[in-house]
Design a protein around this ligand. Sequence first.
Ligand SMILES: [Zn+2]
Length: 314
Amino acid sequence: MTLRTLRHVIAFSAVFIVLIGQAHAAPKPGAHALDDVRILSADDMEGRGVGTPGGAKARAYIVKRFGQIGLRPQGKAFERPFTFKPKVFGKDVTGVNLVARIEGTSSSDKVLVVSAHYDHLGVRKGQVYNGADDNASGIAGLLAVAEAFKARPPRHTVLIVAFDAEESGLKGAKAFVADPPAPLAKIGLNVNFDMISKNAKGQLYASGAGPQPWLKPVLEGVARTAPVKLLLGHDTDALGKHDNWTAQSDQGAFAEKGVPWVYFGVEDHPEYHQPTDDFATVPQDFFRRAVATVVTATRALDDDLDGISRAAGR
Ligand SMILES: [Zn+2]
């Protein structure tokens, strides 16, 4: 082998090693989503009740996944504890939100908050409420979005937030907006996922364009090519009515503060808030498509965040 050939071999090998390295570092966004749901909804997570060892175990898993994806915390640590009064009586409960930050590429100062709650109902009368759809599925979607934004950075700075204590009355989200890591006026949009894995008709809803019509063009654009049937709605009845989902998950805490929001989720199903909401009852093909849909939608909403903010008068 001549010296020149040797140089070529070395150069070629270097390129090859770099390519292998990249392929290893960046699997397709959402490639872990099914595993995330399976692990978070396994019996050893004990239904992820707020303030329980199961909740702490779920949190440790999400922090580990944040690390694998290469996320950095917003501030010193991912964990942001808060306390609240229980519904009936007793000692204050401590919940812990997890907040990661991905820097945006544009000079815009608007921030996009992408969220999903990781808590569920825990163990009741000896039964584990596994909460595969509610809301291990949303956390899996959140992690897939984080993977996508690490693979190709967002235009705006994105906070990836795993909320605790949603099932206690949106307590994690309320704590977040009461003491936000970025000024509320700079939060251009909250995109929230809660139950995205299960629908007999293959339908996923994007809620929010009713009261915030400026969201319609982006969401309709996403719906045209989405791999699920993406419908707009559940946001036009009087607030508090069953069919208006505004206050039914963490986006409600943002809406209350006047922060624009979009919610992705499915209609209730027989397993809703039942011990049967476990991994075995998740239709895997629909769930994969739903994850791809929320990844595409969140990218589109980031791309258009300045326009959305202007239209919203922020
Ligand atoms: Zn939920």
